[in-house]
Every structure is written in structure tokens, then in C-alpha cells.
Design a protein around this ligand. Structure first.
Ligand code: FAD
Length: 296
């Protein structure tokens, strides 16, 4: 690989274990790992990166499995970098991609805006939520999007309309090789809104999900008209273990890393759950988590 220009070379890390940057705490090294100073710095880094080098933009790694062989390319982290969250009108916000969803939820309540409580329990960034159309309790990220700022593989930044994307349940498709830098979001005025609703949803989560354990949340998207957790549970798979990874006893759609699971263990468990559910229920579960990188 050609040497990086001096303005980036001192700030780029090499061979960074992605286990440190994913909520599953598993996964091999990224060849290059870069945390930009801001959106312009991110675009500048992308611009000088040779086109042949694969690029992965991550937020908080809460929906990401990086295989144990690692990622042969450059990872750019938005969390801690693209952190602007500002109100631009009575009901509209400008939010950069690295802002945690929980921060958006809390700030909306302070500003008397809603419904944003559903974002409180999603432990990722806005960028990840835009990429996944993250949602919970009937709320969905893209229901609030007015327009997005993106960067392409040449480092060119532009603003795109919602109509440039096809949005569905946990699925977003749009122009290829573009990444989100931020968005304008719209909420409703909810004068007098308190944190009660948010607290209630977080409490409900604690009762039904293994919060605190190392996981990526729901591994599979719900198939139409059903719940992945119900299919996995009724297939008798709760507690199924490969290496140090197991299907959660509390919520069958969660896979837990008990401390020493490898990405290989986790991926093998994902495939096994898929196989058994397909055999028993004739339903092929679609993984919601993104799996990238090279096998060990
Ligand atoms: C305990 C727990 C509970 C969860 N509950 C929910 C839930 O209720 N609902 C839900 O929808 N999800 C849930 N998740 C999953 C996860 O939090 C969401 O998918 C979240 O939106 C991922 O954001 P992230 O920043 O962590 O993305 P990452 O995991 O860092 O990335 C996920 C994908 O998005 C891409 N991406 C990230 N940032 C950008 C960007 N700026 N531009 C383009 N692509 C980008 C990545 O390349 C990757 O493909 C849960 C996860 C955990 C651990």
C-alpha cells in the first residue's frame, strides 16, 4: 500500500483489534483505523485513500461482527468524531453521524420534542441507525429523516433526499459506496414531555433482554408476521452454545459472548440457529447484524 500523506499517517492506527470496537467484543484486526476530527477531515481521508483499499465506516459497533481474520482495509470510526447535535428550528435537528442515539433521545426530551424515546435503548450512533433503519417499540429512524449528508468513495460530500433511498424494516438501500455524515431529523412538539416514557421503555428492555451482556442485540430480523425470537425459542435453541457464545436464555434472538467467544464461534452459532429454524419452521431467518472481514 502506498504511504499515507503526512497529515494522516501520524493519526492512523495499524492492526487494531476490532474486538475493542464492537459490542460483541470479538473480531480480528483492522489494517488501518482512523478517527477523524470532523466531517471534512473524514472526507479528506477518504479522498486520499487508494480506491483499491476497502473502506468500512463504523459507529459504536453494536450491530457488527468482524471475522477473526480481521478487515483488510481502512476502518473509520464516527463515534467521538462527528458529534454535532443542534436544533435548527422548532421541530428540526441537525445531527452528525457519530452522535449516540441515546443522546438524541435525551436531548429531544429536553427540547420538548418526540417521539424519540425509542432511540434511547439503541446503543449505536445515528450513522448506524441510518444504515440499519434502526427502530424499536414502533419507532423507526427513517420516519424522522428529512435529508441526509453523505460522502462517497472519492471524498465528495453531498446532501441527499429521502427519495434517493428505498427504506423498509431494518433495511436501507441507496446509492452504492456512500456513507452517512449526518442528517436533518424532524420530531413533533410535545410540550411537557418528561423522561418517564423513556425510562419505562428502558425498564421493559431490562426485563426482556440480556442488557449488560456482550451482544449485538437482535441477531435476526423478524420475518413477516412473526418473531425471530419465537421461532428460535420454539426450535429449542435457547442456551445452545458454541465455544464461549450462546443463545440467550432471556431473549432467544440474542447471542451472548460470555467472555472468550471468537467471531468464528458467534458466526457458527448464527449459521446453526438459521439451519435448525429453517429445518423446523421452514423459515429462513435473515441476519440483521452485519458480518464483515476475513475468516481466521
Ligand atoms: C443491547 C442491544 C440492543 C439493541 N437494540 C436494538 C433495537 O432495539 N433496535 C435496533 O434497530 N437495533 C438494536 N440494536 C442494534 C444496534 O444498536 C443498531 O443496529 C444500531 O443502529 C447500530 O449502530 P452502530 O453505530 O453501533 O453501528 P455499527 O455496528 O458500528 O455499524 C452497523 C452497520 O452500519 C454501518 N454504518 C455505521 N455507521 C455508518 C455511517 N456513518 N454511514 C454508513 N454506514 C454506517 C456499518 O458499516 C455497519 O454495516 C441493539 C444492539 C444491542 C447491543
Amino acid at each position: 500500500m502506498p504511504p499515507l500523506p503526512p497529515e494522516f499517517s501520524a493519526r492512523v492506527l495499524h492492526d487494531v483489534p476490532m474486538a475493542r470496537h464492537t459490542s460483541w467484543h470479538a473480531g480480528g484486526p483492522a489494517d488501518l483505523f482512523f478517527t477523524p476530527r470532523n466531517a471534512a477531515d473524514l472526507a479528506g481521508f477518504v479522498r486520499q485513500l487508494p480506491a483499491a483499499i476497502p473502506l468500512l465506516i463504523v459507529g459504536l459497533g453494536s450491530n457488527l461482527l468482524v471475522r477473526d481474520g480481521g478487515f483488510r482495509g481502512a476502518v473509520i470510526q464516527t463515534h467521538g468524531a462527528l458529534g454535532v447535535l443542534e436544533r435548527i428550528s422548532a421541530t428540526r435537528l441537525h445531527v452528525e453521524a457519530g452522535v449516540p442515539c441515546a443522546r438524541i433521545a435525551r436531548q429531544c426530551i429536553r427540547w420538548g420534542l418526540g417521539p424519540a424515546e425509542f432511540l434511547a435503548g439503541i446503543p449505536g450512533t445515528l450513522g448506524g441507525a441510518l444504515a440499519m433503519n434502526a427502530g424499536a417499540w414502533g419507532g423507526e429512524t427513517w420516519k424522522h429523516v428529512l435529508e441526509v449528508d453523505v460522502v462517497d468513495r472519492h471524498g465528495t460530500r453531498r446532501t441527499r433526499a429521502v427519495t434517493d433511498y428505498t427504506i423498509a424494516y431494518r433495511s436501507v438501500s441507496g446509492p452504492p459506496d456512500e456513507w452517512f455524515l449526518g442528517a436533518r431529523l424532524e420530531f413533533e412538539r410535545q410540550p411537557g414531555i418528561t423522561t418517564d416514557g423513556m425510562r419505562e421503555l428502558l425498564e421493559r428492555r431490562k426485563q426482556t433482554q440480556p442488557i449488560g451482556a456482550w451482544s449485538c442485540g437482535s441477531v435476526f430480523a423478524n420475518p413477516p408476521g412473526d418473531h425471530a425470537a419465537r421461532l428460535i425459542d420454539t426450535a429449542g435453541l435457547k442456551g445452545l452454545r458454541i465455544g464461549d457464545a450462546s443463545v440467550s436464555d432471556k431473549h432467544a434472538n440474542f447471542i451472548i459472548n460470555h467472555g472468550a467467544a471468537t467471531a468464528t464461534d458467534i458466526e457458527a452459532l448464527i449459521l446453526e440457529v438459521q439451519r435448525v429454524v429453517a429445518a423446523m419452521h421452514r423459515v429462513v431467518l435473515r441476519p440483521e447484524v452485519r458480518i464483515v472481514g476475513e475468516p481466521a
